[in-house]
Write a protein that binds this ligand. Structure first.
Ligand SMILES: [Zn+2]
Length: 91
């Protein structure tokens, strides 16, 4: 399974993490690759989707770290949903 590189966001140029491929090759259960911080970020993304941000206030009160994490998580989820629709159409 291929996962868009989180370091370069799939760009690949000059990225050492993915050796300029733009993706990481996952050759074991993806669930085993996720640490507690990732699971927490995924939980936060779901709460934000429901209208509950991690920090009080508006968008401007959220940290850059969480905003970048949300952008990455939602982008990846969107890509997987598109891939699933394509599989459903083929199947
Ligand atoms: Zn990369």
């Amino acid at each position: 399974m291929e996962l868009a590189c989180p370091e370069c966001r799939g760009n690949g140029r000059g990225c050492e993490a993915c050796e300029e491929r733009g993706f990481l090759l996952i050759d074991r259960c993806p669930m085993a690759c996720l640490d507690d911080a990732v699971w927490e970020a995924i939980d936060v993304a779901e709460w934000v989707r429901r209208g509950i941000p991690p920090a009080p206030g508006s968008y401007q009160e959220q940290t850059n770290c969480i905003l970048e994490a949300l952008q990455f998580i939602w982008s990846d989820q969107s890509r997987w949903k598109k891939d699933k629709k394509l599989i459903d159409l083929d199947g």
